[in-house]
Design a protein around this ligand. Structure first.
Ligand SMILES: C[S@@+](CC[C@H](N)C(=O)[O-])C[C@H]1O[C@@H](n2cnc3c(N)ncnc32)[C@H](O)[C@@H]1O
Length: 265
């Protein structure tokens, strides 16, 4: 996404449109109009967004309660509303959220207020060295590098080069035993004219959608190791498909479900 479209509230922004799909109120008229255009093409878009957020909640529990991480570093976090990681992770978990959209960061600070151990920084996932190298972040981590990373709901908007760099940088930075919860967004999407029209809306606002196969994702994420294989979000651990209508399953399944996996070092 271009910097101009992020700070200009006269143009729609993908992050704020996502907030609108989730029923949030941190969006502008221009975002709602573009989001409604997408919904008219793909009526299941809000349910697809809620599915992605639901899986993120499960990840919060997996990384903390089941895998034992007490520090989570999340890239491209979006708004930390009450369905985000810090609401699920046990008290005392340190959560470092980040997003490159200054408007999202400002809203995020309002939402979080003084929530203990939860931080939110402006940072580009394309440049993880900037977030991890920030003096405030180094102070919070106090030398700790065995952490749970999250890169969820953003990978389709990163180029191959950026994705490979981000994955490799955090792998090299992290201590052995670290984990990355990764969403292979839009992997293996079929050709579909509605999708093409939707992607054109996003591309016009500077958010180009990159189509990839799961194999291409696997290659770009090296040297992380996939712990178990990628799982479709519709089959995500514990997700009950009866939550969605048959028509939603038929559309979300092939078109928008995406895949997720835990990658380990
Ligand atoms: C679809 S939301 C995903 C939010 C959250 N991770 C989730 O899965 O619910 C995408 C967010 O990624 C942010 N974003 C997009 N590209 C980014 C980048 N290169 N670096 C940091 N944030 C980015 C947008 O501003 C937006 O808030």
């Amino acid at each position: 996404m271009s910097k101009e479209s992020i700070i200009d509230d006269s143009k729609p922004n993908a992050g704020r449109m996502y907030d609108y799909y989730l029923g949030g109120n941190h969006n502008f008229e221009v975002d709602r109009m573009a989001a409604e255009q997408v919904i008219s093409l793909m009526p299941f878009a809000p349910k697809g967004a809620r599915l992605q957020r639901w899986a993120l909640q499960d990840i919060a529990a997996e990384l903390t309660e089941r895998r034992g991480f007490d520090v989570i570093i999340d890239f491209a976090s979006g708004l930390p509303t009450n369905d985000h990681i810090h609401q699920i992770a046990p008290e005392g978990t340190t959560i470092i959220y980040s997003d490159y959209d200054p408007v999202v960061v400002e809203y995020a600070h309002d939402i979080l207020g003084e929530t203990p151990n939860v931080y939110y920084f402006e940072a580009n996932a394309a440049n993880p060295e900037a977030l991890l190298g920030r003096p405030e972040v180094q102070k919070i981590l106090d030398g700790k590098r065995k952490v749970g990373f999250v890169l969820w709901g953003v990978s389709a908007f990163l180029t191959d080069e950026v994705l490979a760099h981000t994955a490799k940088f955090i792998y090299d930075w992290a201590a052995p035993g670290s984990c990355l919860a990764f969403n292979a967004q839009g992997a293996d999407l079929p050709q579909n004219p509605m999708l093409d029209r939707t992607f054109a809306i996003y591309e016009k606002m500077g958010a180009k959608f990159h189509r990839r196969s799961l194999d291409e994702f696997r290659h770009l994420l090296k040297p992380w190791k996939v712990d178990q294989d990628f799982v479709s979000l519709l089959e995500w651990h514990g997700f009950d498909e009866s939550e969605l209508a048959k028509e939603d399953l038929e559309m979300i399944g092939p078109l928008a479900g995406g895949f997720g996996a835990y990658l380990v070092k």
